[in-house]
Design a protein around this ligand. Structure first.
Ligand code: HEM
Length: 438
């Protein structure tokens, strides 16, 4: 009996010490939450939108089980201190690619030609979303693996499966107690192993890294062996396979919905490039309006809406306690839709807003972070940004685009599907006619 009393007293003591320790912390703001599942039941199929709505009546964040979402840009400034406690761990990162082969890939190897029917067939309705997807997948595979297609590997199928599994709702992310029953994770690991074992190590980038130390200044540490090179290639391929395509697809959709912006962009291309040739990579730095169009598209349609973070140590931000191991979801979509930053016309596609607001999108300006920020910022940012600008420029410069008969710009369905990326739910269909001379 006395041992039971001692045990009860010990539990009470531990709880009261913990309570005292935590009492000075402010309670995280958020809507009323249920025990264990928090606000999970309120999230729905488009979590970027429902989390934004849930957090509108509060300051910053919304707890969902063990995960939290953050929708405001200001606290991010705190997260990105040099000793960033919210970094998702992992191996040191290689900076992938300069994009110098990109122009050759798109222009000289005729990639843009694959986008549309031959000139003689123009006027037909084209599934432009599928075409963009095919071309960008080819470009990414070419840039990463050194070859476009290899019939021995169904990379497309494998990448799609991995993306589906990683992006799908995962109960254990929100209720860690259920982690051990997490069949989804086991399936995902299995696919990863298949993908790793089937990825061909053909790229000169990969071969040049083989057996080199991971930290050149310290020759005695680990080297990049075949397995780690394959793992890096898998990460690059899954991250690159359709991200630029999703962004090009949204940009073209917005341009069709906004004919004045389309006209202004075609005028810029006509003035800078002329009507006698296609766009080359070296032209991009002269195409200021094109860059504003792409920035505006990434603001309204961030391809990866939830860059994930895990808190590696107990942390206090503005008086709020973030326990170690918390998953933090940075809601990049909500940041781009924040009226306080983007004014009342936040929902309008208006590239001109960047004339006055010279915002950087490479992770230095927390009002717009489509490539994430900090140590784990997108490794293919330069390649991604160049691919998007070049493919959009080629399409808009080479073709006039119209909606199928009877459709008006406002009829375009802009519904999204939530996953690891945020693509259009339905493909965009357009009639294209050739625009260049000759
Ligand atoms: C428009 C195109 C792209 C967009 C919008 C985009 C966006 C992103 C975002 C938001 C992240 C998460 C960053 C963070 O957590 O802070 C990310 C990570 C990553 N991206 Fe991209 N990406 C694009 C294209 C690419 C391409 C073409 C590649 C490869 C060549 C690539 C490779 C990666 C890799 C490897 C990571 C993981 C980085 C790490 O964990 O250290 N991305 N990307």
């Amino acid at each position: 009996m006395s041992s039971i009393i001692v045990a009860i007293l010990a539990v009470v003591l531990v709880i009261s010490i913990r309570y005292k320790k935590h009492a000075k912390w402010r309670k995280l703001p958020g809507p009323r939450a249920l025990p264990i599942i928090g606000n999970l039941h309120q999230i729905g199929t488009l979590p970027h939108r429902s989390l934004q709505k849930l957090s509108q009546n509060t300051d910053t964040s919304c707890p969902c089980g063990s995960a939290m979402s953050d929708h405001a840009s200001s606290p991010l400034k705190r997260y990105s201190a040099p000793q960033d406690p919210l970094e998702n761990g992992g191996p040191p990162k290689i900076q992938a690619f300069d994009s110098s082969r990109l122009s050759r890939c798109i222009v000289e190897e005729g990639e843009i030609g694959l986008l549309v029917p031959k000139k003689s067939e123009t006027g037909e309705v084209v599934d432009i979303s599928s075409k963009i997807n095919e071309v960008v997948a080819d470009i990414s595979t070419m840039m990463i693996l050194g070859k476009k297609k290899d019939d021995r590997y169904d990379l497309k199928g494998l990448v799609e499966e991995v993306l589906h599994l990683i992006g799908a709702f995962n109960l254990a992310d929100y209720v860690p107690l259920l982690g051990k029953l997490d069949l989804q994770w086991k399936r995902s690991s299995k696919v990863n192993v298949t993908l790793t074992s089937k990825t061909p190590v053909t790229s000169s980038l990969a071969l040049s890294m083989m057996d080199k130390p991971t930290k050149p200044q310290d020759k005695n540490v680990h080297v990049y062996d075949r397995t780690s090179i394959k793992a890096i290639l898998v990460e690059l391929i899954t991250a690159a396979y359709d991200t630029p395509a999703v962004s090009v697809d949204w940009t073209i959709s917005e341009l069709i919905r906004n004919p004045k912006v389309m006209k202004k962009l075609q005028d810029e291309l006509q003035n800078v490039i002329g009507m006698g040739r296609m766009v080359e990579e070296k032209d991009l730095e002269k195409l200021d309006y094109l860059y504003m169009v792409v920035k505006e598209s990434l603001r309204l349609h961030p391809v990866a809406p939830f860059p994930p973070r895990e808190c590696t140590e107990d942390t206090t931000i503005e008086g709020y306690h973030i326990p170690r191991k918390s998953r933090i979801i940075v809601n990049v979509w909500a940041i781009g839709h924040d009226q306080n930053v983007w004014s009342e016309n936040v929902e309008e596609f208006c590239p001109e807003r960047f004339i006055e607001k010279n915002i950087d999108i490479r992770g230095n300006d927390f009002d717009l972070i489509p490539f994430g920020s900090g140590q784990r910022i997108c490794a293919g940012m330069q390649l991604g940004l160049t691919t998007v600008r070049l493919v959009v420029a080629q399409l808009v410069h080479c073709f006039n685009m119209e909606l199928p008969s009877g459709m008006k710009p406002d009829d375009i369905d802009m519904t999204e599907v939530f996953g690891l990326a945020l693509p259009r739910a339905n493909h965009l269909l357009l009639k294209l006619s050739y625009r260049l001379l000759g």
